[in-house]
Design a protein around this ligand. Structure first.
Ligand code: 9MR
Length: 739
């Protein structure tokens, strides 16, 4: 359980007195070889899922495979230099005697091995050390434990893996492509059109917009913006708002040419559908059908108690938490993990329902590829119902302690590693304690369910309303039961110790659905009702007041101060508009002290929801333009020149952290499907890959498209729900005007 030692600085100071070569320790090429930081960036084949057990990486290897490489644990992106000598060392054991192969080799075909060693293992852990001289120079080698080819199944464990030699790995420099940064998909013809140029120039430079045949469609001069503090880049803005619709444009300035893009909003319709399709892919407890998603994305049902799964149809609580079991099948997996969390499920399903409620006619029955298509109910509501049914199952039944409250979450009792398709998750599933926040998430979303489903399924709507009322009463009776921040083994904590905003949101939804006096009074007497809920960092699973406020502003109701409520949304949007105008990349997100949070892309998109709602309330073009400028950032006009949405743009994120869409680790598995949003820059870089590569990063560049970087590059239901809401707005605007 060593930590990777950083000897670079030590080597430098010794070099002052003695020749460095004689004294400096060899560089360490393996990251997290002691597994102190979990399993990343290690990977394995899906038949031998790894997990950290007592500080070592262990995997149960199936018996009866043919070749050593039929089961592998490895680490990629290892640097080797020709002529340098290396020592490969590790400590390993096998529960029953087995022979494995320890390789240092190319990660890609022809997989040439620089070292390949047969290693007989027994149940007592032994230290192995092998030396070799590399014949190649590459940044794409791998260390690989080939653990297949044994007759019997065994548990393989490894620890303290080291590959010492060569030079210190060079500092990571992101590939940011051409210095002209554009929305890589396209600009709406009727909206403002801006690009950002990164340059050393301080005076305006000439730009030109070219058609695919090389002819010039528009030209002008850039506007210097100075140093952008979010990226530390010197920037200029290029305004080509007047350019006409067309396909395959490129924008050139300062000797650089952008990736091609369109002026035309057709793709927003596709984004609207793709961003919603994400939720079907994330469903738990049902097979993901090949006929709907294609062979690559199809998978068996997860967590229906089919071995090796242990859940979710009959799940007990964590020890000592409750004495009953619940059937909590279904719902959506939260993210790249297999946890299901009521708190985060709440905002996600609420955003889908609000997307529908904003514009019901924009959602048909049969335009999403889901099993319930053509059942007489709009598909987006079918998808929402998949989650709502799960949320309802998380409610404590009558007659039990805390009846009416909701369990905070259900997930594995230990973290699993990647890759791991849901149906192969072998861990014990556990219900965690109830919480006030989860209960109010249930109250709010079940109340909205009752409102929206009454037209389509009165029985279901009535079930939702009963659950919502019971949850509200239970939360009132238990107003301060908080999820523990340290309850984060095997799943996220989603902890929250301020539930004023959850009370407000639930009261708002219950009032909008029932017009009940109790709920109306709860809205009016809440301190949140008159507070500024549109903060610089935006709303989130933890700060949900805006969900209530936006619905009170847009869903018809008889609140005495409704005009003020609507005005507060406009005032919030005005602040985001001012922020967008003040930033080099036009971004309506400026968090406190410039620190981008985990999932910053969803904070950006939630601010766009506020701007879009202000547009709905006022029809002021400036708000709508700011929404599209915000989408420009998400789709590539940003300091890293990356589209954060899989399948959109020339340079798209596609290695997001996910246990099934783990193509980066196992070529047989897919990348995330088109329309999956990466979390985005996170100043706090809380995972080993980000820490290894991004130390000292500028806030808006603290992101890496690597499957091991869960703190910057995960996908999550509450992020895609924000994207889906904004994409539906954009699709509607794109359809509305083609000028
Ligand atoms: O989105 C969550 C973020 O706001 C928190 O800071 C972070 C750490 O607690 O957790 C994020 O949520 C993760 C959850 O805990 C587990 N599933 C994946 C989620 C996205 O990374």
């Amino acid at each position: 359980m060593w930590r990777k030692t950083f000897i670079g600085l030590l080597g430098m100071s010794l070099a002052l007195t003695t020749p460095a070569a004689a004294t400096a320790e060899p560089a360490e090429q393996v990251t997290n070889g002691g597994f102190d930081a979990g399993t990343a960036p290690w990977w394995w084949t899906s038949n031998a899922p790894g997990a950290v057990v007592d500080g070592r990486l262990c995997a149960t290897v199936p018996g009866g495979t043919v070749n050593p490489w039929d089961a592998i644990i490895g680490q990629n992106e290892i640097d080797l230099e020709a002529g340098q000598s290396y020592k490969f060392a590790f400590t390993a054991s096998a529960s029953t005697s087995a022979t494995v192969r320890a390789n240092v080799q190319l990660a890609d075909p022809p997989y040439t091995a620089e070292l390949s060693q047969q290693v007989p293992l027994t149940s007592s852990a032994t230290r192995q050390e092998y030396e070799f001289t590399s014949t190649v120079t590459t940044a794409k080698a791998q260390v690989a434990f080939q653990i297949g080819g044994n007759a019997d199944s065994f548990d393989f464990c490894v620890d303290d893996v080291s590959l010492a030699g060569g030079s210190e790995p060079p500092p990571y420099i992101p590939d940011t492509g051409p210095r002209v940064r554009v929305n890589q998909t396209g600009y709406l013809p009727s909206s403002a059109k801006h690009a950002t140029l990164v340059t050393t120039a301080t005076e305006p430079v000439a730009w030109r917009l070219s058609r695919p045949d090389g002819t010039v469609a528009a030209s002008g001069n850039s506007k210097p913006r100075g140093i952008d503090p979010t990226s530390r880049q010197n920037t200029h803005t290029i305004d080509f708002s007047r350019a006409a619709p067309g396909k395959g444009y490129t924008l050139s300035a300062d000797g650089e040419t952008s990736v091609p893009f369109d002026i035309g909003g057709e793709f927003y319709q596709r984004l609207k559908t793709d961003s919603l399709a994400f939720f079907y892919h994330q469903r738990s407890g049902t097979p993901i059908e090949e006929s709907l998603v294609g062979a690559r994305y199809a998978r068996p049902a997860g967590h229906l108690d089919v071995p090796p799964n242990q859940g979710d149809t009959n799940v007990a609580c964590q020890p000592g938490v409750c004495d009953y079991r619940l059937d909590v099948r279904g719902g959506w997996y939260d993210a790249g993990d297999h946890g299901k969390y009521v708190v985060n499920g709440g905002i996600s399903v609420a955003q889908l329902m609000s997307e529908f409620e904003r514009s019901p006619r924009a959602f048909g029955d049969g335009n999403l590829r889901i099993p319930e298509r053509a059942n007489g109910v709009p598909d987006i509501l079918d998808e929402a119902r998949w989650e709502l049914e799960f949320l309802l199952r998380m409610q404590v039944p009558a007659g039990k302690p805390y009846a009416g409250m909701a369990h905070h979450k259900i997930h594995d009792n230990e973290w699993t590693g990647l890759p791991l398709p849901p149906h192969l998750d072998p861990k014990l599933r556990e219900l965690h304690p109830v919480s006030t926040a989860a209960t109010l998430n249930l109250a709010a979303t079940a109340a909205q369910c009752a409102r929206l489903f009454s037209r389509y399924d009165r029985k279901f709507a009535a079930r939702c309303l009963t659950a919502a009322r019971q949850a509200w009463a239970a939360a009132k009776a238990n107003p301060a039961i908080y999820a523990s921040p340290s309850d984060a083994t095997g799943g996220g904590a989603y902890d929250d110790t301020n539930v004023n905003d959850e009370f407000y949101w639930a009261a708002a939804e219950l009032y909008l659905t029932t017009k009940g006096v109790e709920y109306r009074d709860a809205v009016l007497s809440s301190p949140v009702h008159t507070a500024d809920v549109f903060t610089a960092d935006g709303f989130s699973w933890q700060s949900v007041a805006a969900l209530g406020r936006l619905d009170l502003a847009t869903v018809p109701n008889g609140l005495p101060d409704r005009a003020r409520v609507r005005q507060s949304v406009i005032a919030g949007a005005d602040k985001y508009l001012a922020t967008a105008r003040s930033q080099a990349y036009g971004l309506a997100y400026a968090p406190p002290e410039g620190k981008y949070v985990w999932g910053s892309n969803s904070q950006v998109l939630n601010n766009l929801v506020v701007l879009a709602t202000a547009y709905d309330l006022t029809r002021r073009t400036a708000y709508r333009d700011a929404v599209f400028t915000g989408l420009d950032y998400i789709l590539g006009r940003n300091p890293l020149n990356i589209s954060y949405i899989t399948g959109y743009g020339e340079r798209d994120a596609h290695n997001q952290h996910h246990r099934f869409w783990a193509h980066q680790m196992d070529a047989a598995l897919p990348n995330p499907p088109a329309g999956s949003l990466a979390g985005g820059p996170n100043s706090y870089i809380q995972d080993p890959v980000a820490q290894d590569k991004l130390k000292g990063c500028a806030d808006a560049m603290c992101y890496i498209d690597d499957i091991g970087s869960w703190a910057t590059n995960e996908v999550t239901i509450n992020w895609n729900s924000a994207l889906a809401w904004v994409a539906a707005f954009a699709a509607e605007q794109a359809e509305r005007r083609h000028e």
